[in-house]
Design a protein around this ligand. Structure first.
Ligand SMILES: C[S@@+](CC[C@H](N)C(=O)[O-])C[C@H]1O[C@@H](n2cnc3c(N)ncnc32)[C@H](O)[C@@H]1O
Length: 272
């Protein structure tokens, strides 16, 4: 399997979910991820190493997105969930309600892999497109509520692209929302220097990074962003579980941690 460095990151996140889901006490139930890792001919463990800590952190992040999507589906059972940069995410199989519409937008090589491994069902559509070109928005059914997710995507974009993505979504989906995650600045700097290595795997450069105390700044991307909300991880196992509540409130970790943010869009963008 030949994949570019950024598309290969979807295998990394898939593998972390599968490692967590294989545990007897998982934070994330994800049998589809376990099944996929068993089916794909790829040296996951050799390439990425296996770290329970890493898998747990990944599961905590994923659970934040699942919670937001499940909350949206509870409010808008027939709404549309748009997953930008979805890679091999198996969220549909974790939180689908049997009635919603799902649209995946990812780069052509990732979509072709997803089509082979996770063929779309009747309420799922896969679109091979660059998420930063807002043309995909024309494909979205806006009649019954829209939630856009960008899980593990924005860090690979340039800062002006992230702002344009936020303002483009805010303009096109009044009353909708966008959930995105960010790595902290120190982490982004390590990737730009090429010094973020685990078990011989080098993470690709992450040009966009944001500290957790900068979330409110995202509002400046568009006057149509009406609210910004931090989605905090909950639960956790062992030492992580014990320290998480403190890490979320005590500096420096509280501000220099990865974050998940919800941006809500005004019903009618204020253009005054
Ligand atoms: C770290 S993976 C995340 C995959 C999935 N969301 C998850 O959390 O497991 C990054 C994904 O973003 C996709 N991606 C990167 N740049 C993109 C772009 N400009 N437009 C659409 N997808 C992009 C990659 O192909 C890859 O599938």
């Amino acid at each position: 399997m030949e994949l570019s460095a950024v598309s290969e990151t979807a295998l990394w996140t898939l593998y972390q979910r599968s490692v967590e889901a294989r545990r007897p006490d998982p934070l994330l139930e994800d049998p589809k991820a376990v099944e996929l890792v068993e089916r794909i001919d790829y040296p996951f463990a050799e390439r990425f190493g296996t770290s329970d800590f890493q898998a747990q952190l990944q599961a905590l992040r994923v659970a934040c997105f699942d919670r937001e999507v499940a909350g949206f589906l509870a409010r808008e059972p027939r709404g549309t969930v748009v997953c930008l940069g979805e890679g091999l995410e198996t969220q549909f199989w974790r939180v689908d309600n049997g009635r919603a519409q799902w649209l995946t937008v990812d780069l052509p090589e990732s979509v072709s892999l997803r089509e082979k491994l996770l063929p779309p069902g009747p309420r799922q559509r896969y679109l091979a497109a660059d998420a930063t070109d807002l043309a995909w928005a024309d494909e979205v059914d806006r009649d019954r509520g829209v939630l856009v997710t960008a899980q593990g995507l924005c860090m690979y974009l340039r800062p002006p692209q992230v702002r344009a993505l936020i303002s483009g979504c805010a303009d096109r989906f009044p009353g909708g929302s966008l959930v995105l995650d960010a790595v902290p600045r120190w982490f982004g700097r390590l990737t730009l220097r090429g010094s973020l290595r685990t078990h011989g795997y080098q993470a690709p450069p992450m040009p966009w990074a944001m500290d957790a105390d900068e979330q409110a700044k995202l509002r400046t991307a568009s006057p149509a962003v009406s609210a910004v909300r931090d989605v905090r991880p909950t639960g956790g196992r062992g030492l992580v579980g014990a320290l998480l509540p403190l890490a979320l409130v005590l500096p420096p970790l509280a501000t220099r941690r990865p974050s998940v943010t919800v941006l809500e869009f005004a019903e009618r963008p204020d253009r005054s």
